[in-house]
Design a protein around this ligand. Sequence first.
Ligand code: F6R
Length: 489
Amino acid sequence: MIIIKVKNYEELSKKAAIIVLSEILLDPSITIGFATGSTPLGLYQELIKAHKELHINFSEMSSFNLDEYYPMTRQDPQSYYQFMFENLFNHLNINPAKLNFLDGTAANAKIECDRYEKKIKENSIDVQILGIGANGHIGFNEPGSNFNSVTRPVELCEKTINDNARFFSDISLVPQRALTMGISTIMSAKKVLLLASGKNKAEAVKRLIEGTIDENCPATVLQRHPHAILLVDEEAASLLHEDIIPDTIKGYKIVTEGNLVRNKKIIVISPHPDDAGICAGGTLSLLADKNEVHIFVMTTGHRSFVPDTTKEDRIALREEEAHEESKELHTIPHFLRLDFYDNDRQNMDKDIAKVTEKIQSIDPDIIFVPQESDPHPAHKLAREIVITILKNYPKKVELWNYEGPWALFQQGSFNTIVSLPEPHLQSKINAIKKQKSQLSRTRYDIAAESLARLRGALIPEQELVGYGKQPMRISNNLELYFVETIDTL
Ligand code: F6R
């Protein structure tokens, strides 16, 4: 999750508008999921202003509204249909045929919800705007909603009825039922933008960001969303330990989704076909979204025991598995089949020439290598080759030394902490699992997951705040690196 903290409601509305408008400008035929409630009103005002003053075009945009009271006619001033037209759509050049709403007058609520869910699946939502209930609801998914839920009829809980009574002349007039997109419907949106403003949201925001993922606080599911942006004002963020993760803490660079490099060319040195995923898979899955990530598989890995196979079988098998892993991580594999694996240093010059040529053809900004104290002989040689090349390389390249479960960093020997959102840890584990021939021997998936979680559990207290202090929240999963530039070698 990317958390953006702003001063107040006005700034929240302006920032939200910048995010939404930039998406519309990039793709005018975007599909947006709209929410009602008081929080997005300022954003809608900003969108109207952008249309009037900057002539932003909304005519190609499609929309799906998040929810609707049930039963409720479209003419009713309390309907979310009326809300959207009054507060937004009447003031933009929308195409009404592209706007979708749940029908609060449908005779059969379940059939109506199924129709809506199917249409969402056919179109898919690019950006879903959300508010958050003081009880942690999103849409009308009240506490206890199943994370697998789809669009469906629901009963509103007492807290929500009380909170929404402010829009009605009498609390008895607040509908007790609604139709709402489900949690899995919301999670299927490509991006989610959640807005939270004011003190009465502080508890829910704290649970959303710092709590465990729990159906009793439906918003916590967003911790699993690969592209969730939370825009919170100071009051809504007032109960957080650490609202924004600084780029550096006590000399450690903290890498998050928010400050990740973009548009870089990255090479990952994988001495064996599975090392890149085991050691740096989470970071690679994060980086691959916005950068070009190449994996240099240095050796064939055929020496690793796989029962009833010939050397040729093993080479084919391991390269196939590395292909599969790269598909999972969205990286590009290259198989170098270096000679040192079979003949040690005999043909090092040839190996160096081969790697030099490959590096030059990519012209990287960043190279990942096994860290200096990695004891594995093949890892040592693979590292040595790259360092030898970089010492004479004409361009400044950043070197990211990674640790592996077999070669852990000691305190003080790393300087960069990558905070891995849960979905990226899952990609890492899935990637490692593609190397089936190796897992039957050693459970590297378990080792790598445990290491990421161990780092996540201990580093915040140990390194970032000091023993016994309240640890700051980064992520439950971390990967560590020692990053240096070639000048410093
Ligand atoms: C609105 C919706 C709700 C609200 C939430 C916050 O379509 O489904 O989940 O986003 O109740 O409401 P406000 O913004 O009024 O505090």
